[in-house]
Design a protein. Structure first.
Length: 398
């Protein structure tokens, strides 16, 4: 029987405290300040990064810290996000109160992903106390606005505060949930995604004489199936990419030929597909259709220099030495083989593993109902996650 090194009482108290601090995206300041204080109480370095996003006139905060060993070695990144979605309707318990029922702890963000962030703090505190001298360095980072647009927190952390590129990254997202499988699981990759709109400009005319105009709506109707049927790449593990029209608008004045239309597309991508390959495929569609309307392609604006407004795909396999090591640690902690999966969602991990090309995996606690009423984390899996992180750090850096 493996003996746990986790202080479960302290770990539970920390998680309950984090759950009971409301932290919907764009409103993370209280939890960032309190978590910084708790990190310092646990003996960890902790700094707040203030960033500004002008298009939304938004001032955001990230929390991060760096623990440097006394010997040369790798740089490991442990990350998560402290923001949540807004509580949804239908809860049968108080959504902003941590409610313990048996092995389950209910509350908004309990699984996605305050348990993951609390596990990082507990693991780092234990490791730092147990190993005054170790190889390499550890960077931890808790982002804001992961659940909101662009992944703003991680975007600005990577751009402005990450000074050393990590050799390996673990994000403590609930891999079994985002990978739609059973626990324990390790997510080794994720499709990416880009959002763009094709703007069509026709020519207005009276609806009694439509032949005198150019209907942007008719051209949009021709464009929609062509965009939905774009031939996409197929990845052997991530699966096939997809092109999906998600909204359409057309209109003009009363009783008039519609002279404007917008067709919005979400384009899931796999490795080998980029913003430039997407642009070329849409241009090819427009050329083939020979629409009468003028067409312009506009991608979602970049949130910061060096970012293209999208989420790059990535996949890392078990030839990576850190992934091999993590799988071995999973076997020890869980006494069973972890399922290898990929994320069905897109998130900050795409910026880290995709855009920044840092080998990245997701491994977290188990539970259920993320982004739904009665979200919960299974406490046994939370304690095991802490143990897994402690074991992985010790195996990698000592």
């Amino acid at each position: 029987m493996r003996r746990s090194v986790v202080d479960k009482t302290k770990a539970l108290e920390l998680l309950i405290e984090l759950i009971e601090i409301p932290s919907a995206y764009f409103h993370e300041a209280p939890i960032m300040h309190r978590t910084k204080q708790r990190a310092k109480e646990l003996g960890l370095p902790a700094e707040l990064q203030l960033y500004y996003f002008e298009p939304l006139d938004f001032h955001g905060l990230n929390l991060y810290g760096e623990i440097v060993g006394g010997l040369p070695g790798p740089t490991l990144y442990l990350g998560g996000h402290l923001d949540t979605v807004n509580p949804v309707a239908g809860w049968t318990r108080e959504p902003l109160q941590a409610t313990k029922e048996g092995d389950r702890l209910y509350g908004t963000g309990a699984l996605d992903m305050k348990a993951g962030c609390a596990a990082i703090l507990m693991a780092l505190s234990h490791f730092k106390q147990a190993h005054a001298n170790f190889r390499g360095r550890i960077i931890y980072h808790f982002a804001s606005v992961e659940e909101g647009p662009y992944g703003l927190g991680t975007t600005h952390f990577l751009k402005d505060s990450l000074t050393v590129k990590p050799d390996f990254a673990i994000l403590t997202e609930p891999a079994s949930q985002v990978g739609e499988t059973t626990h324990p699981a390790i997510a080794l990759g994720s499709k990416g995604g880009y959002n763009y709109t094709v703007h069509l400009k026709g020519k207005s005319a009276h609806a009694a004489t439509p032949e005198l105009g150019i209907s942007a709506a008719e051209d949009a109707a021709r464009l929609i199936p062509a965009l939905n049927q774009i031939e996409t790449l197929d990845h052997p593990v991530l699966g096939k990419a997809a092109s999906c029209v998600i909204s359409v608008h057309a209109g003009s004045g009363a009783a008039s030929v519609p002279d404007e239309a917008r067709v919005e597309v979400f384009r899931h991508v796999v490795p080998g597909e980029t913003i430039e390959t997407i642009r070329r495929e849409v241009e090819s569609v427009l050329t083939d259709l020979a629409l009468r309307s003028q067409a312009k392609i506009r991608f979602r604006p970049s949130p910061a220099e060096g970012f293209d407004g999208g989420f790059a795909p990535y996949y890392y396999d078990e030839t990576n030495v850190d992934i091999k090591r993590l799988i071995e640690v999973c076997r020890r902690v869980y006494a069973k083989e972890p399922i290898r999966t990929t994320s069905k969602a897109i998130g900050d991990f795409n910026l880290i593993g995709g855009l920044y090309a840092i080998p990245t995996v997701l491994v977290g606690a188990s539970g259920g109902a993320i982004h739904q009423p009665d979200e919960y984390v299974e406490l046994t899996s939370y304690y095991q996650l802490i143990e897994l992180l402690i074991d992985f750090l010790a195996t990698s850096l000592t």
